[in-house]
Design a protein around this ligand. Structure first.
Ligand SMILES: Nc1nc2c(ncn2[C@@H]2O[C@H](COP(=O)(O)OP(=O)(O)OP(=O)(O)O)[C@@H](O)[C@H]2O)c(=O)[nH]1
Ligand SMILES: [Mg+2]
Length: 304
């Protein structure tokens, strides 16, 4: 995963190591090194304002860096880069999603999770993966087919339900998605379900009705977690859409999908830095098990 961004950083670290002939680097040397990095980052979906932040942090760190003449020179530089990246993500928390759910279930049952995002980004698939994992953990899970708009959306969710073994509460096409979500939560309460996962419609984000619809669901069922699902491959295009969503609806955290087919790797850094929301999981394939826990340190370790 993330081979391209990994290559970018590896090239950068190599050039820093070979540039440090004395103990430290001059400002001019540092700027030369980071200007090469700049374009490589942009090419790998790191948005300009994020690149600016990364470069500023790296320059600060490299100017103060003391690289020993002998020993693990590369390790010293790598460590400095790692800490710089971690520093720019300082105000983005790591959230142990299932851990939080487990804790919250001791107070409130069911826990309600809403999936939102444009069409085709992977909401329904991700919901099914999460349902699979929750049921494996022993949590009875109910899904709400609150995409009452797109033909086939309900059947698609029901098909996942059959395969994974979760029930789906649905309403007729064209009916109010908020009332489907509400019914699902009521049903879960009366039947002792642990979890309700709400699937929603994804149309063009500029669709005013869609934003109203999502807002209404959030008002009516007050989800404990509203998760923005984004296709990592779409880079800055997805970012603009996410910004639009975040102006209109609540986003508690994010899941990046299709990471298995995404060697660039930079959009995840971009999303975290700009939206300041945790990434809970990465979608790394088409099977139900292909939803892996995300932490900043595991991501950065993969890049460096
Ligand atoms: N390779 C890969 N494909 C994925 C992943 N997640 C989702 N997909 C695929 O992406 C396509 C769209 O996924 P859906 O779950 O239907 O997307 P959606 O957001 O629900 O789309 P709408 O219901 O139209 O709004 C499907 O073909 C999925 O199999 C992933 O992590 N990796
Ligand atoms: Mg869907």
């Amino acid at each position: 995963m993330f081979e391209k961004l990994k290559k970018t950083f590896s090239k950068f670290i190599d050039s820093v190591v070979s540039a440090v002939r004395e103990e430290t680097l001059s400002r001019r040397e540092v700027e030369k090194l980071t200007s090469e990095l700049y374009y490589d980052l942009v090419e790998n979906d790191v948005a300009i304002e994020v690149v600016d932040a990364v470069v500023a942090e790296l320059e600060k760190s490299l100017l103060n860096l003391k690289v020993p003449r002998f020993g693990d020179r590369e390790g010293v530089v790598k460590n400095a880069v790692y800490n710089s990246l971690l520093a720019i993500l300082n105000d983005v928390p790591d959230v142990d999603f299932y851990g939080e759910v487990k804790n919250a279930l001791q107070q409130t049952r069911p826990q309600v999770v809403m999936f939102l995002g444009p069409n085709g980004y992977g909401k329904t698939t991700t919901l099914a993966k999460m349902a699979y994992q929750l049921q494996e953990m022993g949590f009875r899970t109910l899904a709400a087919a609150a995409d009452t708009f797109r033909a086939g959306a309900r059947e698609q969710l029901e098909e996942h339900g059959k395969r994974v073994g979760f029930r789906v509460v649905s309403g007729p096409y064209g009916s109010d998605p908020a009332s489907v979500a509400y019914d699902a939560v009521q049903h879960a309460k009366s039947r002792g379900y642990h979890m309700v996962l709400i699937d929603t419609a994804g149309r063009m984000h500029t669709d005013v009705n869609l934003m109203e619809e999502l807002k209404k669901i959030q008002r009516v069922v007050e989800p404990h977690f509203s998760i923005f699902v984004f296709d990592a491959q779409l880079g800055n295009e997805a970012l603009e859409i996410a910004r639009h969503y975040s102006k209109h609806v609540t986003i508690d955290g994010m899941i990046a999908t299709k990471v298995d087919a995404y060697p660039k790797g930079g959009s995840i850094l971009t999303f975290m830095y700009i939206l300041k929301k945790p990434v809970y999981f990465l979608g790394v394939g088409q099977s139900y098990g292909d939803l892996v826990k995300f932490t900043k340190s595991s991501y950065l370790s993969q890049l460096l």
